[in-house]
Design a protein around this ligand. Structure first.
Ligand code: ADQ
Length: 498
């Protein structure tokens, strides 16, 4: 490795994937968000490769040093598939499934966090100037404390990509104190929204009698102070806009427009995860088509589902349920000689193709039951804004993105049958509409990224592309229309945010 590394990211997975053609940079929310910051700082990344093979220290197309943490298949099953994904993940997503409490998984979680600490320490020790250690997500909540106890001289940042649940839910976990103490090994702790941050501070106050909480800061008995901050992740808007301009994307978009003709295109793009509300979205569409015969053949939902966590039974189950729902809807509502109402793709898709769908779609449906942020919502807004489009973003009130994209059409995905009506906004896309909510996540100077205070949401007009072609082109605003597909104006109060 040449020269000092300024930022070392430590995350569960390395940002690479094994393909038949060799190791390649991986796609995905975290990689997309961090890449610009890390590449600018000649950074390093510590993580598990996801493969039995030893990955290289460098991969073409990624200017980062890579350090793999070797995890045995047994440890992966218990630490990752078990405690991380079947205990913490559902708990942190407001129990949309029951978390499984298993002591052997907890012990594996402790063991894996120690292995990550060892790998990060080995990278830090030879350096004269300690790097910033930037720990990510729910898989590694014990790591900040382990690093500090291991004698780290670095500044330690921790960022949680999921929601942090209400303390009453978090308290169900037998190891709640250990996880909070683990995170409090950091100097700065970051969250996507004020609500998650305040939940964390409340949990510290109620569950750790030895600490005191003053404003955004937690004071520890050893005299240290840990600051918390709200810093919503975003997408690399500049990069996306550059890519939209590529002839390939333009060509693909034109072809898609020809294919779909005058139909209203609704779009869902998600990892196939039970938190994303894909089933609820499909059921809402089914209700819409049931009640509005005039929309049959005129509305298409394109659902792109990225394979995810397939080794876990709940994820195999949700795939079966989604595919059954798609089959049922297409079976019920396809008119002879006309297009199917749901076009379903179960695959990972190249970014250029994804962008063409964002440009095509009249409506993007982000109907998460709970979501830390949701980058798809932001990607859609950037694409529409960059092309002066007027697509509608229907956005779950339970996605962190709803705190920033305040002019989206907010929906409650639990209310598939809701009947309240709302008004649609119609004004041209503002030039600045890819602005504050979609600015790059982290400035090049990472230590300053967790800025003090709260961010103001920016205005973000989200509109229909053109006047409705029929009585209700998008399925919005008519009484009896499933609420997930309806108009704006219905907002839940946001507890704890003010
Ligand atoms: P995710 O839930 O994985 O991660 P999300 O915000 O939904 O992240 O973003 C998914 C990313 O994957 C997007 O960039 C999207 O374009 C891409 N993607 C989705 N489907 C794809 C497909 N079929 N093919 C290729 N790419 C696809 C977690 C939290 C989120 C939080 C992120 C970042 O759950 O709430 O926003 O981290 O902090």
């Amino acid at each position: 490795m040449t020269g000092p590394t300024q930022i070392v990211v430590i995350a569960n997975r390395l940002p690479i994937a094994r393909t038949p053609g060799g190791w390649r940079p991986a796609s995905g929310g975290l990689v997309t968000a961090l890449r610009p910051v890390l590449e600018a700082s000649r950074g390093a990344w510590v993580g598990w490769s996801g493969s039995k093979e030893e990955p290289p220290a460098h991969v073409s197309g990624l200017s980062l040093d890579l350090r793999a943490v070797p995890l045995s298949p047994r440890l992966v099953a218990a630490y990752y598939q078990g405690f991380s994904n079947q205990t913490l993940w559902p708990l942190f997503h407001d129990l949309v499934h029951q978390p499984i409490i298993d002591r052997s998984w907890w012990e594996a979680y402790e063991g894996a966090n120690e292995l990550f600490a060892g790998a990060a320490g080995a990278l830090e020790r030879p350096r004269r100037q300690p790097p910033v250690l930037w720990v990510h997500d729910y898989h590694l909540m014990l790591l900040p404390r382990l690093l500090r106890r291991g004698g780290s001289r670095s500044r330690i940042l921790y960022f949680l990509h999921t929601p942090f649940p209400a303390p009453e839910l978090f308290a169900r976990l037998p190891w709640r104190a250990e996880l909070l103490q683990g995170v409090l090994g950091a100097d700065l702790v970051g969250f996507h929204t004020d609500m998650y941050r305040e939940n964390f501070l409340r949990a510290c106050r109620y569950l750790l009698p030895e600490v005191s909480v003053e404003g955004d800061t937690v004071r520890l008995p050893d005299g240290r102070s840990v600051r918390s901050s709200t810093h919503p992740i975003s997408v690399d808007a500049r990069e996306l806009i550059k890519k939209i301009g590529e002839p390939r994307v333009q060509r693909q978009t034109r072809r898609l427009r020809e294919q779909f003709g005058s139909r209203t295109v609704m779009l869902g793009v998600d990892r196939l995860d039970y938190t994303k509300g894909i089933l609820q979205r499909l059921r809402a569409l089914e209700l819409l088509l049931e009640r509005r015969a005039d929309l049959r053949g005129r509305v298409t939902l394109v659902q792109i589902a990225e394979p995810s966590r397939y080794e876990e039974p709940r994820y195999r189950q949700i795939r079966v349920e989604v595919e059954q729902a798609v089959g049922r809807i297409n079976g019920r509502f396809t008119e002879p000689g006309r297009a199917v109402p749901v076009r379903y793709m179960y695959r990972s898709m190249p970014l250029s193709r994804l962008l063409s769908y964002y440009l095509l779609a009249d409506v993007a449906l982000v109907t998460s039951l709970k979501d830390g942020m949701n980058l798809v919502a932001k990607e859609y807004v950037v694409c529409q804004a960059a092309t002066q489009g007027s697509g509608v973003l229907v956005l779950s009130e339970f996605a962190g993105a709803s705190q920033e994209l305040t002019q989206a059409v907010l929906c409650n995905p639990f209310d598939e049958e809701g009947s309240r009506t709302g008004s649609r906004r119609r004004s041209p896309w503002a030039k600045q509409s890819a602005g504050a909510a979609c600015r790059p996540w982290a400035p090049t100077s990472t230590p300053t990224m967790f800025s003090r205070g709260r961010r103001r949401p920016s205005p973000m007009p989200l509109l229909l592309k053109s006047e409705p072609k029929g009585p209700d082109r998008s399925g919005c605003s008519s009484p009896g229309t499933p609420r997930g597909l309806r108009g704006a104006g219905d907002r839940l109060p946001t507890p704890l945010s003010e």
